[in-house]
Design a protein. Sequence first.
Length: 160
Amino acid sequence: MANGKRSYSFIVCDNELIRRIDVVPVGNFGLLYLKNEGDLNGDGGDEISYVTNKADWSSFNEYKIMTYKNRKWVVLYWFPIWEWQLPELPRVGNQTVALGSNQVIALNSDTTDKKLLKELKVFNGLVKKAGKNKIQIIYRSKDISQDTIIVGLKNHHPPV
């Protein structure tokens, strides 16, 4: 909280009967990633996943998969990730980069954004359905590397 103001982020569906998702923690910069994952648990409804844009200097983050049950959103599964596992997002406006004490260049964000949008469209995500109530995830393992594993959706905790 800076200057007595807080940031709030939420995800809203165009169907007014479905409640919004309040994205926590407060103190984030909105969403870093959002995806409709399709029906992962076989209940007939789509699940969504998201990653918050945390207000920190770390690359550690969490990938949350949400499902809508009994008129509320609940975490179906979550797992740790590196932020570099996600595609970079397009930016608004031109960006200026300082290269040295006297060197400053402006990047053309239109060209960069077109490239980033193309990469985002072909990005398959970090989750794939792998059977009844099972998903394959690409996660940040405890030995500080990236790994792939198949997990059951009954567990709400990351792989060990």
